[in-house]
Each structure stands twice: as structure tokens, then as C-alpha cells.
Ligand binder design. Sequence first.
Ligand SMILES: Nc1ncnc2[nH]cnc12
Ligand SMILES: [Zn+2]
Length: 335
Amino acid sequence: MLNDQLRRVLQQMPKAELHIHIEGSLEPELIFALAERNGVKLAYGSVEELRAAYAFTDLQSFLDIYYAGASVLLKEQDFYDMTAAYLKRAEADNVRHTEIFFDPQTHTARGVPMDVIINGIYRACQDSPVSATLILCFLRHLSEEDAVATLEAALPYRDKFIGVGLDSSEVGNPPEKFARVFARCRDLGLHLVAHAGEEGPPAYIYTALDTLKVERIDHGVRCLEDAELTARLAKEQMALTVCPLSNIKLCVFDQMEQHNLLQLLDAGILATVNSDDPAYFGGYMNDNFIATFEALPLGLSHAHRLSRNGFVAAFLPEEQKQKFLAEVDAFFAAV
Ligand SMILES: Nc1ncnc2[nH]cnc12
Ligand SMILES: [Zn+2]
């Protein structure tokens, strides 16, 4: 059990969140409210019925429900309301900075224009006291041509997102499928990240690094199956955006006691803690920290390190990064 002091520290310490899919922050109550507002028919009769369907066996079983949930988003105000609700929760968890993923293809495929998506999410970020930037994710189960077309459609709004990522069904859709579009994004000066080593093998982490030239690996927990890769990630201080509750809900690990976060830290890897899809996986940032620290032999020094790692791995101007890190160190000096 966690002692009260450590629990309070985990709740109150400054945090950066680097792996949050904004569509995964849509709570069932908001899904139903937006469905009613937009006249969208849902396959579930009530909030309770929908929540009861959140029993996942793997990534795909989750993605099927996640894409269905996102179908209620039609107007700019819908994207604004979803993002504003997430940012309020993040603020309550003492998240100071967040880099938010969004999946435009989930919406453009239903006829929602790109400007509606980006402007709604961006406006909510501007209205929040939490520092927030956006990362456009390509859906890897779709073709690279589709990703290129999505990038072209988003370029008029280039000033509103800082990077691109790669998400959706991992196995069978390796990073190298997206080599050309990532090279183009690199030329455009965008930051690059990719989900790799969540369900997929260490080979996908290698190609995310060497072919896509990503600056962070999202998840990456399967790296420990390859000692050479583990040593390389540590040596290069390549950040992993780890999502503990997600990994349990999607059966990447059977139980939190089996999660490898502490082994990653002990291997010298720049691991961070994040929520992934908090509305679906049973919790936001503080819930992720508390569940992890309850199950694993982690203490104050790990809390300090994880709080720092989030800001170290963030895509922030150096001066702003150092300001946040000073805030973290001041917080822990007072504990
Ligand atoms: N955990 C995850 N893995 C891959 N794609 C996702 N999209 C939303 N959550 C995801
Ligand atoms: Zn994710």
C-alpha cells in the first residue's frame, strides 16, 4: 500500500503528459451528450451499457470501440468541448504541459473538414492555463497515400501542430510502411514520434528509430526483449512514453505487478508515465501514477525522476523546459 505522503506527492507533483489521444479522453457521458446534440445513433442504449463494453482483450478490440465513440464528433464545438474537458482533468492532476495526439483520418473519413478538427482542438488549448501543443497522428492501418493526403490537408494549419505520430493497429503495419511521409514531415521541421513495441516486436522499435527517425517512442515496453536495443535506448536517452493502465487494460501485461516500468528505469531508459486513452482505461495521470506505485516497489526518488523525465522528453523550447524542471526540483526539495 502507498503511504499518505507518497500518494500526496504523486498527486501534487508537476507533470508533463506526452501520450494522450484526445479522442481517448471522450467520457461516455460526453459521448451520449454529443450524440444527442448531433442526432447520431449509438449502438449502446445507455452510458452504463457503453461502459460495460470496455472489456478489452487486445489493442484491436479497444480500437473498434474507440473509433465508434469518436463518431459523435462533427462540429468545431464538439472538438472544443472534448479537449476542454480533458484539459480540465489534466489541470486537476497538476499536469503543467501536455502534447496531445489527434487522429484526423478518423474524422475526415466521415466528412468532417480538417479545419473543424484542428481549430476546435487548438482553440481549447489556447483557452486553457495548461501548456498544450498538438501532434497529428497517422492511422497505420490505412495506406501511406492516405497519410500523405492527410498531411497535405493539414498543412494550411501547420502553425497549429508541432509534430506527427503513428498510431492504430500495430502488428502487420510496421513503421517503415510510412517512410516517405515521415521523411517529408522531417523536411517540414515537424517533430516525429511513433507507437512501437506496444504489441509489435522490438524490430518495429528499430525501424521507428532508423527508418522514421523518431525522437520518442510511444509505449516501447517490448524493448526489454532485446538487450542491445535496451542499451541503445538508454545510451541515446530516447524517451519512451509508457502508459501503465493502458498496458493492463489491453493485456500487454496481465497485472500491474508484472509491468516493466521499474526495469526500464533501472536499465537507464528515459521512461515517462502517461494516460493514453484515459476515458477507456480507467484513469488520468494521477490514477496511472498511483496504480503503478501501488503495484511496484517505487518510491520518492522514482517519483522525482518520472516527474523530471516528462519535461526532459517534452518538445519544449529550452528556456521553458528548464523553468518546468526548476519547478519540479523545487517541489521535491520541499517534500
Ligand atoms: N494505445 C494505442 N495504441 C495504438 N493506437 C492507439 N490509438 C489510441 N490509443 C492507441
Ligand atoms: Zn497511444
